[in-house]
Write a protein that binds this ligand. Structure first.
Ligand SMILES: C[S@@+](CC[C@H](N)C(=O)[O-])C[C@H]1O[C@@H](n2cnc3c(N)ncnc32)[C@H](O)[C@@H]1O
Length: 276
């Protein structure tokens, strides 16, 4: 079977519209061309020979595996350890110590949305472990979510390339990773402590599924959304956060933040407090 597909302008537009309406992924039709090779692989995997069959299975048969494969193909998953790490420092040195109580072990819930292949979530854990007196006095629960099922699987496995761990401080790499051939396996104590869930941030009932958090990281996802979906997303974040919880955004994500829902707590760091 020929794996080459030549999507016409009209087909690209139909696909772009499907992605936007049904999955909440916004890609202009021309940008979809960037993912052509991955879309061709889906045609091969599902033994599909024409766009009309592909579209029919997506749109009318709601083929779950096809929808997930398409979603995985068109998401941008770029991430690496210690990315924009100044925020991890702020979290460990200033935000988390405020949760420490005179006695007892307070539970602090942290959500990483989206987590991609796990590097950001594990970096937060490493930053906490590297800060004296935190892990003994707080019970930290970490949850990562992403729409892309292959990334969630990778996050659970915790096996990374050299390029991915390159920015990590050497002492953390040596202490918490084992070399497996050319790759780096994050310690099992970390993979076992983290929870990763495949979910679309626009899914109905997300609050019931995920519960509420004291800290929410959302970096490098909102930049891909249009203004309307960005606002929907801020409302969802608000509903996933406890009173006074902190929202950490990537430097490009904070434009047009809903000021009725969140207020900045530290200039230049893109960190916000939930307004009740
Ligand atoms: C560029 S990565 C950012 C990963 C990490 N937060 C970081 O900053 O390094 C963007 C991720 O957003 C995920 N994503 C895109 N749309 C999503 C949605 N509607 N719900 C959940 N995750 C989504 C993609 O699958 C991708 O893994």
């Amino acid at each position: 079977m020929d794996s080459k597909i030549n999507l016409t302008q009209e087909e690209l537009e139909k696909l772009a519209e499907y992605l936007q309406k049904n999955i909440g992924i916004h890609l202009e039709s021309q940008k979809l061309l960037r993912f052509k090779r991955k879309i061709e692989e889906i045609f091969l995997k599902h033994k599909i020979e024409s766009f009309s069959t592909f579209y029919h299975r997506l749109r009318f048969l709601n083929s779950e595996t096809l929808i997930q494969d398409l979603t995985n193909a068109v998401t941008v998953n770029e991430t690496y350890f210690w990315r924009e790490h100044e925020q991890f420092n702020l979290l460990s040195k200033e935000v988390l110590p405020q949760f420490i109580e005179a006695s007892g072990l307070k539970t602090v819930r942290i959500l990483v949305s989206p987590c991609s292949s796990g590097e950001e979530l594990y970096s937060i854990m490493l930053s906490i472990l590297d800060t004296p007196g935190l892990i003994e006095r707080l019970n930290i629960e970490m949850v990562g979510i992403d729409i892309d099922s292959t990334m969630i699987q990778k996050a659970k496995t915790g096996l990374y390339s050299k390029r991915s761990v390159d920015k990590l401080p050497k002492h953390l790499l040596e202490k918490y990773f084992t070399k497996v051939g050319m790759l780096y396996q994050v310690d099992k104590s970390l993979t076992h402590a983290a929870k990763f869930i495949q979910i679309n941030i626009f899914d109905e009932g997300i609050q019931e599924r995920l519960g509420e958090y004291d800290v929410l990281f959302s970096r490098n996802m909102l930049i891909y959304f249009n203004a309307r979906d960005k606002q929907r997303c801020f409302k969802t974040f608000w509903s996933l956060m406890k009173k006074d919880a902190k929202l950490f955004l990537g430097h490009a994500d904070a434009n047009n933040i809903d000021k009725k829902l969140f207020t900045p707590i530290k200039n230049g760091f893109h960190v916000f407090r939930k307004i009740a």
